[in-house]
Structures are given as structure tokens and as C-alpha cells.
Write a protein that binds this ligand. Sequence first.
Ligand SMILES: *Cc1c(COP(=O)(O)O)cnc(C)c1O
Length: 379
Amino acid sequence: MDKWIKLSLPHKSGSEMKWVEEAYRDDWFVPLGPNVDRFEHLLEEYQGQNRKVVALSAGTAAIHLGLVMLGVKKGDEVICQSMTFSASANPILYQGATPVFVDSEPATWNIDPDLLETAIADRIRLTGKKPRAIVVVDLYGMPARLHEIVKVAERYQIPVLEDAAEAMGSELLGVKCGNWGDYGTLSFNGNKIITTSGGGALICPAEDAAKRVKFLSTQARENRPYYYHKEVGYNYRLSNISAGIGCGQMETIDERVARRREIHQLYADAFANHRFVTVHTDPSPEYKSNYWLTTILINQDSPLSADQLRVALAEKKIETRLLWRPMHMQPVMAFAPYYGNGVSDSLFASGLCLPSGSSLTDSDVQTVIDAIKSLCPQS
Ligand SMILES: *Cc1c(COP(=O)(O)O)cnc(C)c1O
């Protein structure tokens, strides 16, 4: 075998160049233009529920502007799921606010609604003030227990930002991920469900909010004949060239999500009743993960630990990755308060992400399955 089987690679639709060439022909290179408008329109149709979408330069930029829109400022606390990629939490620091990390629950691996409530009550008791916002993540595409999280947030009147960077196309109770919070974010980085070679989007509750996000993301320039600024601005808009790639990618999004789910099913069937390997799967029919990455847990009796399996698979040119190391275990976040229950620590110790890109063939997936079965024999 000479080629690597990778975790998640970009996957062409074939029609990206049509939009990129049109932009090139018309000299539309700037971070505004017809492809940006078209891409936003396609995203709004896809998300549904009359959400307004603003295309931005990265998922991280979208999270940052979402927090700005929610009024997160220096001295505030923001509750954030601990088990996530650093990009969910870094924008809290950009705003000079303090993240308060909350652990996961075992069914979805996302923020535990009961522990969330405990944390909110405790922060109010300790600081005399409510956390300014809640950042919830749909990790690996699995929807969080969003219906319950939103209820807790409503009870305390705290807004929610749903980081759906990994969950484009996932649904809970028939509602798309990214639509559950006051704001939602998507990522179009190279390894996500669709790509613009780098980009993201902020899903906004209404037109006026979207308008303000467009204003803030283009340097907060007031409408005057000279440059005049009353507020801090950002250079966060998506370029018209990148948006052209996004327009092409949107033509095949349904197939891409369907293929990720098929790949998950191949793994789930192969390891059903396996002694050492459990495939992370929708906890009930209300949940419909896009299975951005299929993830597994290796139990304690396994001949190889998750990390040993990762190393052994790499020798066979199969790329896997340990789960996101929780934020409460990151040196840069060590100062932040943390409400734990041991779930994310144990997931991190025993979990592995498997090759899951929509361009993988069934035979690639079978190669991964055979390799894991031979490295972790059941007898
Ligand atoms: C990828 C990702 C982001 C950041 O998106 P970028 O487009 O890379 O900035 C944020 N949160 C999560 C959970 C992600 O996986």
C-alpha cells in the first residue's frame, strides 16, 4: 500500500471553477461580490428557518463576532464546553472575558445540561453576576442535547452560541445544527464537511443582526465620505474567490453528508459487538449526526490503548487522531474555572477519530477496519 488513508480531505464537486472563473473574469477579488451573496443565499436555504447567514473568513472569526454580538466584554464570564477544539474558546479570550469550562455527558460527548445548570448557579453565587453567554459545541457532528441546553439557558436568560463548525447537516429533532442558539457558527476549513479553502459563517437570528455583523466584519466603517469609525471593526469578511469555491461545494453537500453517514455505518456494522471497540453513534432517533468524523472508544481490556493503536495504524499509513484534548487540560486555559465530572477526561484517554472523509472508498474503509481488527484481536 503506498498511499495514506487520511482522516478528512477536501472533496471537489467539480463545479467550483465555474464560480471562481466568473469572479476572475469580472475582476471580483474583493471580500464582497456576487459569489459571496450567492453563497450566503445557498447557506440560508440550507439552514432554513429564516436564519440569516453572513460568510466570514473563518469559523473562528464567526465565533468571535458571535460573542461580540452577544455583548461579551472584558471582565465577563462565558461558559464553554471543555471538550472541544481551542477555536471554540479562544475568542472568549480575544474579548478579555474569562471562559468557564463545563464537562460533557457520555451520550453525545457534548456539554452536560445538568452540570451546565450547576455551573451557572455557582457562578452567580460566587460572582454575583450571570455568565454573559454559553458556547455549546456539536463535537464530531454529534448534536449536543440542544433542546435541554436551550431550556436551561432560557431559564437564566443567558444567550447561546452554537459552534456547529463540525456539524453542518446534522439535525436534532428535525432542526439543523447551527440553528439552535441565538447565534450559530459553521466552518469551511479544508477538513470540514464543505470547504472554501478557509472560511466560516455566522448564522444570525434576523436581518438586522446580519447587517450589523456585515458592518463589524468590514472594519465598522460609518457611512461618510471619509473613513470614520465609532466602534472597533474587524477584517473578517469572506473573499469573493473563496465564496466561489463554496458555491460549487454547496451543489454536492447532501451527497457529502450522506457519504459520511455511510462510512460511519460501515464502521458501526464492522464493530457491532466487538470486545474492545465501540463506535460513537446517535444516542436515539432524534439525533442525526453528519458523522463528520467517525470516532471510537477503546475499552480498558484492549491489547492496545487508543494512542498505541494510533501509532500502529500510522505504520500502516492510516491516519487517525486522538480526540480533542479538553480545554481544562490545556496550559493556556489553566487559569479558567472548570466544572468537571470525569467524562471528557475518560473520553480523551480512550477515544480515536477514524478516517471519515467523503472521498474515501468502501475499500479504504475496509482496510481501516481490517487493520484495527488485526491489531486488537478478540481472542
Ligand atoms: C474547525 C473548528 C472551528 C474553527 O473553524 P476555522 O474555520 O478553522 O476557524 C471551531 N470550532 C470547532 C469545534 C472546529 O472543529
